[in-house]
Write a protein that binds this ligand. Structure first.
Ligand code: NCD
Length: 348
């Protein structure tokens, strides 16, 4: 195992990124996990919890419908998605937002040769927010830059940009970690293992970036060398003075973890599939690994799963991934409420 330096940091704030996606101090575009500082993360998590509490009553959930019925969302998902698409769609519907969708570029004018930017500009003519998942990196940022040049800019939400980033997944992961550690002082001071295809996994990349907002957190990257976390993320953690270890031996660290976040092999992000070298028997959580985990550890996975997470784990009280999935909808509700600045209209 290798170890990098650490001192006892105060969570870093990265001034270069503090203005990304913001207008007048409010969230506008959601592009990159680096645009969220601790204050904003705490605010969004509290808002998500407040919204789900209201939704428990019929009156509360009906009042949501009156928050944003004048808004329309474009769901432009040209890469496969189940949870992210459905949770955004349902978050919109909970708030009264009407939705349109394109899920297959073969049915858009892009097949006639229309440029990506012209397509995005067209969506902005009809919708008030564009939520997009793309095969390539940087396309949400490119769309946001376009919005900043046109007369009727609408917010862009990055729902997964190639193997690069997945900021709203990272937000819901933070929300899930925070709720799981509610009685244990929150995320500060926790040891979190990220295991699997860390090199090509956008969820773990984005989550690692957000970790620098928490005090005394220790990350352990658990992966075979060929699938290790990329240098850009590690460099960012070093700059923020966040401790991380790396290992290719899961058994040596399982007992240290407050949470383990497992990811599947991201075969689709490489033309040349290198996945055959991945040893699923080693980098997995199944009934055999459960006794090594602490009794209060949390097991997370962004889903969909592959052989790295045995369905037999579902019945273990430490399995948090189905709750994590539902938390995603509430975090996306909170984001939309925040972007459209209707939090002040919620009942007190
Ligand atoms: C993730 C993704 O699409 O990156 N899924 C998701 O959004 N919940 C993780 C994955 O596909 O492995």
């Amino acid at each position: 195992m290798t170890r990098t330096s650490r001192s006892n940091p105060t969570p870093a704030s990265d001034s270069t990124f503090s203005d990304i996606g913001s207008r007048n101090g409010r969230i506008f575009h959601v592009l990159d996990p680096r645009q969220f500082d601790r204050g904003r993360l705490d605010e969004l998590c509290a808002l998500a919890t407040r919204m789900r509490q209201y939704a428990k009553s019929r009156l509360g959930s009906r009042s949501f419908q009156t928050l944003l019925p004048h808004k329309r969302a474009m769901l432009y998902f040209t890469q496969p998605s189940t949870r992210t698409f459905l949770s955004f769609e349902n978050a919109c519907h909970l708030l009264g937002i009407r939705t349109s969708e394109i899920r297959d570029p073969a049915v858009s004018s892009e097949v006639k040769g229309e440029s990506f930017e012209d397509s995005i500009r067209t969506f902005s003519s009809y919708a008030d927010v564009i939520i997009m998942r793309t095969q390539g990196p940087g396309m949400a940022s490119q769309s946001a830059a376009l919005m900043d040049r046109i007369g009727r800019p609408v917010p862009i939400i990055n729902a997964g940009s190639g193997r690069d980033h997945h900021p709203t997944q990272a937000l819901l992961d933070i929300y899930t970690l925070g709720r799981s550690f509610e009685q244990r002082g929150g995320i500060d001071g926790k040891t979190i293992g990220l295991m699997g295809d860390l090199r090509r996994g956008r969820t773990v990349r984005s989550l690692a970036y957000l970790m620098k907002n928490y005090k005394d957190v220790r990350l352990i990257f658990i992966a075979p060398e060929e699938f290790a976390m990329e240098e850009d993320i590690k460099q960012d953690l070093r700059t923020a003075d966040i401790a991380f270890d790396e290992t290719d031996d899961p058994a040596s660290v399982l007992a240290d973890l407050d949470a383990i976040y497992i990811t599947r092999l991201q075969k689709e992000h490489d033309l040349q599939d290198e996945s055959s070298s991945f040893d699923h028997l080693r980098f997995r959580i199944g009934p055999e690994q459960l006794p090594s985990l602490r009794s209060d550890a949390v097991i997370m996975h962004p889903l969909p799963r592959g052989p790295e997470l045995d369905p037999a784990v579902d019945d273990d009280p430490r399995a948090m991934y189905w709750r994590q999935e539902r938390n995603g909808m509430w975090m996306r509700v909170a984001l939309l409420v925040s972007i459209f600045e209707v939090d002040g209209e919620l009942p007190r």
